[in-house]
Design a protein around this ligand. Structure first.
Ligand code: SAH
Length: 233
């Protein structure tokens, strides 16, 4: 009896940026749970499902689960608890169950909650690693994100302009994830540091990909959810 649920990392968005192991795991799966969101008009959208379709995974295997985007953590937990029940049921029916996440499935992913819940229920979990968005962004921009003795600090979008100041003065190279949460702080930081290099990325690996390195333009850009910033001294 199969007792393992596998978490597969899909990579940053470009379907070919999944690993060979990740693709094989998807091909062999019976059921693939993938995150989706609802647009204000109630339409279900899932970048993860689109990656699966581009990889020619059969439609009947794909089971989207809707994640509420609100800040109310309780709603998300309810969605995860439902996923937990559905995934465990499929497993008990003898199916090979996979749960997918974009980028790397162990890097700032909300599904870490379900991973730990499954462990608590003594369901074995495995994870197939993948390319995180910031690594793909480095390739898109032709950057060497850190070289020689340089240090990298990866932070979420909770930073203030003063904190960014401090990190830059301490000599770190920075990756800011979830950039939409700190638009003002970043705009301010750009004004304060004319000598620093800023690399802005949006929707890396998709047809909507954008890369901007002109600080004046970045300082006027309104960052969407799928955006990140790399700062180099
Ligand atoms: N597990 C993902 C990170 C998820 S957190 C990974 O390994 O990359 C969500 C944040 O990741 C977004 O707010 C954004 O900052 C970043 N992100 C994810 N995909 C992206 C993409 N294609 N382009 C730019 N940023 C992306």
């Amino acid at each position: 009896m199969n007792r393992t649920i596998t978490f597969v990392s899909l990579g940053p968005g470009e379907p070919e940026l999944i690993t060979v192991k990740g693709l094989k795991t998807l091909q062999q799966a019976d059921q693939i749970f993938c995150p989706a969101t609802l647009t204000p008009s109630g339409k279900q959208v899932s970048r993860a499902a689109n990656i699966l379709r581009a990889l020619e995974i059969e439609e009947h295997k794909i089971r989207p689960f809707v994640l509420p985007m609100s800040k109310d953590r309780q709603k998300a937990i309810e969605a995860y608890d439902q996923l937990l029940v559905d995934a465990a049921n499929s497993l008990h029916e003898g199916k090979k169950v996979v749960i997918v996440a974009e980028g790397d499935a162990g890097f700032y992913t909300s599904i870490q909650y379900i991973y730990h819940q499954l462990e608590k229920e003594h369901i074995e979990v495995k994870r197939v690693p993948g390319i995180p968005a910031f690594i793909a962004a480095g390739a898109t921009g032709g950057l060497h994100i850190v070289k020689q003795e340089e240090r990298l600090l990866v932070i979420p979008g909770t930073a203030t302009a003063d904190e960014l100041d401090q990190f830059i003065r301490q000599g770190y190279n920075l990756v800011i994830m979830k950039l939409s949460a700190c638009i003002e702080a970043v705009h301010e930081c750009i004004r304060r540091h004319p000598e620093t290099h800023f690399h802005y990325f949006e929707n890396v690996g998709t047809e909507k990909e954008k890369y901007i390195s002109d600080p004046e333009i970045i300082a006027q850009t309104n960052f969407p959810y799928f955006s990140l910033l790399i700062i180099q001294a």
